[in-house]
Design a protein around this ligand. Structure first.
Ligand SMILES: [Zn+2]
Length: 340
């Protein structure tokens, strides 16, 4: 197959169609201290200023060679817009949620999502950033934009232990809160597509079997994901942390384009379960390898992921801010050598 653009390569790979080589991107956050120093766009300012956010995101493409530009760097944008307080973090620490407005023993009524929802919090910052990135990089490089998923939203609106308890005693409230999160994601993600994003990364760490029983996932979360996939107007990759082997057969039925897995989930097993119905993205270990390992280890792990049939080579989770640049670059080198 002759050379294709990076955008076409990623879209084809997510559709399970022919590519000249597997794309190498990060579906999850790409801000590292090394990149911040190179391009002079640092956290926490780069979470708030569209120009700085765009600059740092583009640096991951230019300096590492990842074949997409990915924004933002945290899982707080929708939660902030829905009423949670956010701590800004610092240069090597992401923003985090510091208040849970609906935490209560009994379910509280949810405030309707307002008509001007897309103007709340930092949502306008992200939409502006995507437009700036597109102006800067042109049409051939894909933009990946992500946000926290509905389970993570519901758990933070409530506080995670309350949410977990309700899975036993307040199932209807769990469904209601999670659907509320889903509605916010749908509106936001479609605005991201409209602003110029090519792929939406739905990051739902709290949906992991580490926290939610696979049976509950099947009964409660899967129908919500399926409803979302019908409403989202673009390519969607869902990422759930930890060992998600127990829910792979459910994720296959979501209607999303791909599932991003960590190294704790075996890639070969995921491929086997998914057949050709949904694609796999991953799964170079972010903590043990990309952060703590060597370029050689990263290179070798990338080759293993390609050998096991990953559809898109990517870090298994968000890059740790102190990950060395050489390790990230080794992923790209491995992919290039693999398809030489
Ligand atoms: Zn993860």
């Amino acid at each position: 197959m002759c050379k294709i653009t990076m955008k076409k390569r990623l879209i084809n790979a997510l559709l399970g169609e022919e590519v000249d080589k597997m794309p190498v991107v990060s579906i999850t956050q790409t801000g590292t201290e090394a990149l911040m120093d190179i391009c002079d766009a640092k956290w926490p300012e780069a979470h708030y200023d569209p120009k700085l956010m765009a600059k740092l995101a583009i640096a991951a493409h230019k300096e590492i060679g990842y074949e997409a530009v990915r924004v933002p760097y945290c899982l707080t944008i929708l939660l902030e817009a829905l009423g949670c307080q956010v701590s800004k973090g610092h240069k090597t620490r992401q923003p985090s949620i510091t208040s849970h407005p609906y935490n209560s023993r009994e379910p509280l009524p949810l405030k309707p999502i307002s008509n001007d929802f897309l103007s709340k919090g930092r949502i306008p910052v992200i939409l502006k950033t995507i437009k700036l990135i597109r102006e800067e990089i042109g049409e051939d490089i894909p933009i990946i934009a992500g946000s926290e998923g509905p389970v993570t939203i519901a758990s933070d609106l409530l506080e995670v232990t309350t949410y977990m308890k309700w899975f036993i005693k307040q199932k209807q409230a769990v469904v209601k809160y999670t659907n509320y999160g889903a509605n916010a994601v749908i509106e936001y993600a479609n605005a991201l597509f409209e602003a110029g994003a090519d792929v939406f990364a739905l990051l739902d760490p709290v949906a992991s079997p580490d926290l939610i029983n696979p049976r509950d996932f099947n009964e409660i979360v899967l129908p919500i994901y399926q409803r979302m996939s019908k409403k989202l107007k673009g390519k969607v990759v869902v990422h759930i942390c930890g060992d998600i082997t127990g829910i792979l057969s459910y994720l296959k039925e979501t209607g999303f384009d791909a599932v991003s897995i960590e190294e704790k989930t075996d890639l070969e097993k995921a491929k086997e379960i998914f057949e050709s119905k949904i694609r796999v993205v991953g799964n170079v270990a972010t903590a043990t390898t990309l952060f703590n390992g060597t370029p050689k280890q990263t290179y070798d792990e990338s080759i293993i992921a390609l050998n096991k049939g990953t559809d898109v080579l990517a870090p298994g989770c968000g890059l740790a801010p102190l990950s060395p640049l050489e390790n990230c670059k080794a992923m790209v080198e491995a992919r290039d050598d693999y398809f030489k």
